[in-house]
Structures are given as C-alpha cells and as structure tokens.
Design a protein around this ligand. Structure first.
Ligand code: UDP
Length: 213
C-alpha cells in the first residue's frame, strides 16, 4: 500500500509470520503486531544514512516512530482474536515532507486490513479481529494560526507540533507532541484536537474508499 499525503509518500506492507515473540510462548494469548519504520536515504534533505550503517543500530527518531505506529495499530486489532502469528508492519518512507509518522499509520491500517482479508481467505481467523479503522494527522500552530497536516516548512517553523491518532468514532488513541518555542494554552490544545478529529474522520473515509468498504 502506497500512502501519500501531500508530497510525503510511505510504502506500507504487512507480513504474517507464523510465530509470536518469545515472551508470548505458551501463553495462548493470541497474536502480536509490531511495526518497523525507516526513511530511505534520499527521502529527505540532506541524505539520511541508512539505519545500521552509522555504528548505531537504529536512530532514536525511527525507534520512537515505529513504537508509535505499533501502539496505534495494536489499538485497532484485537490481538487475542488472532491465531499465534506476528503481524509485521513495515513503513518505508520514499519521500518525506512532514507527517511521515501519521501517513505511515494511515497506510498501515489499510495494509493490515488487506492482510487480515488474506488470513480470512486462508481460514486462519477464528473471528474478524479488526475493532475498527484508525487514522492519524499532524496539527500545529504556525505563525499563531492552528494548522493541519504540516509540511516540512511548516513543521520546522511551528510553535506547536502534535501528532494525533484517532479511532474511527473520533475517540483519541494517542496525542504526541510539544510546544517547540513557548508554552501553549489548553484552549489552543482543544482547538487543535478538534481540527485533528475532523481530519481523522475524513481520512477514515479515504481509507474506506481505498479498501472498497
Ligand atoms: N526530516 C528529514 N530527515 C530526517 C528527519 C526529518 O528530512 O532525518 C524531515 C522530513 O520531511 C520529516 C520532517 O522533517 O517529514 C518532520 O520530521 P518529524 O521528526 O517531525 O516527523 P514526521 O513529521 O515526518 O512524522
């Protein structure tokens, strides 16, 4: 699944591995879902060295983003309803212009749906495990104005930068972010959350369109 948001492009794939992580062995607690995220070297400016090529196994930003993606998707899937498999979600950024983590979540959800359909066809699913769609968007304050889906230029000058993950009914899954320059008011926070919830609802419609559901 190629997810695009503005100039940002992320290839999202899901692989089903017939094994759960060691800490789940013999627990009969269903399956697991985990995510990996990486930016291709030429996805942004300047060139970003490939993970593992700089002496450090993974840069901190990639690690933080892949944990966010994993948490968001584990909210979408009832893991106890899966057989003993691990769903590996891979998000590889082909082009980065802000919002790569939110675009990853939006695309990964569609890829998960596809993978679950495949598992259903293979008669691997005792019951449909998807609780609902999940979508994400960035929102911030740029030049004093609340703004959705920040591109790189907006992101790098934003006074506040949040990533908001929502369930399809608008309830919040995760809000990640901070004031980049000075503190912001609760009222501004609520304005940003309201904008993000509206955008997430629109993204869910696009996911439904992509899936034909
Ligand atoms: N970026 C980049 N190289 C990096 C890190 C970030 O080019 O190593 C750019 C890229 O456009 C990215 C943006 O900075 O989308 C904002 O990065 P951030 O860490 O806020 O994550 P994102 O908004 O992509 O989720």
């Amino acid at each position: 699944m190629l997810a695009e948001c503005g100039k940002t492009k992320v290839l999202c794939t899901v692989s089903v591995q017939d094994q759960v992580p060691p800490w789940m062995y013999n627990r009969h607690a269903g399956g697991w879902l985990t995510a990996e995220y990486a930016m291709l070297p030429g996805a942004g400016q300047p060139r970003k060295p490939r993970d593992g090529r700089t002496g450090r196994p993974l840069d901190g930003r990639s690690f933080e983003i892949q944990r966010l993606i994993g948490r968001a998707l584990r909210c979408a899937v009832d893991l106890a309803a899966l057989p003993e498999v691990t769903l590996w979600v891979d998000c590889d950024v082909l082009e980065a212009d802000g919002g790569t983590r939110t675009t990853s979540i939006n695309g990964a959800l569609v890829a998960i749906y596809d993978a679950l359909l495949w598992m259903e066809e293979q008669k691997q699913l005792p019951k449909w495990p998807l609780r609902g769609l999940v979508s994400a968007v960035s929102v911030g304050i740029v030049g004093g104005v609340p703004m959705l889906d920040l591109d790189y230029e907006e992101d790098s000058t934003a006074e506040v930068d949040l990533s908001v993950v929502c369930a399809a009914d608008g309830r919040l899954i995760e809000v990640q972010g901070a004031a980049e320059k000075r503190p912001f008011a609760m009222e501004q926070f609520q304005t940003m959350l309201g904008l993000a919830q509206g955008a997430c609802a629109r993204i869910v419609e696009l996911q439904q369109q992509a899936l034909g559901i």
